[in-house]
Design a protein around this ligand. Structure first.
Ligand SMILES: Cc1cc2nc3c(=O)[nH]c(=O)nc-3n(C[C@H](O)[C@H](O)[C@H](O)COP(=O)(O)OP(=O)(O)OC[C@H]3O[C@@H](n4cnc5c(N)ncnc54)[C@H](O)[C@@H]3O)c2cc1C
Length: 54
């Protein structure tokens, strides 16, 4: 039976964890699901560029 890893939140933390585990877990044994209420993630540190028109 496939083992399941559920990650709640596809923001910075969720994305880092998904990338971390997808490289380390055996893909034939594990499935990874990431759940978020939004289809789009806005990288928050990038918002610092907005006031400067970058
Ligand atoms: C302007 C700005 C600049 C920043 N600069 C830096 C920096 O230079 N360096 C640094 O280390 N940090 C910086 N940060 C902080 C950093 O962005 C946050 O600490 C980091 O994004 C937090 O990651 P997180 O995964 O906890 O939350 P988030 O990245 O916010 O992700 C949370 C996710 O959970 C989802 N979610 C929440 N509630 C629910 C729900 N009920 N159901 C479904 N989905 C849900 C959201 O949609 C979101 O996608 C900055 C933040 C801001 C605003």
């Amino acid at each position: 039976m496939t083992k399941k890893l559920l990650i709640l939140g596809a923001g910075t933390g969720g994305t880092i964890m998904a990338n971390h585990f997808v490289r380390r877990l055996d893909r034939s044994e594990w499935s990874i699901t990431v759940v978020d209420r939004d289809d789009v993630h806005y990288y928050q540190p990038g918002q610092l560029f907005i006031p400067f028109g970058i």
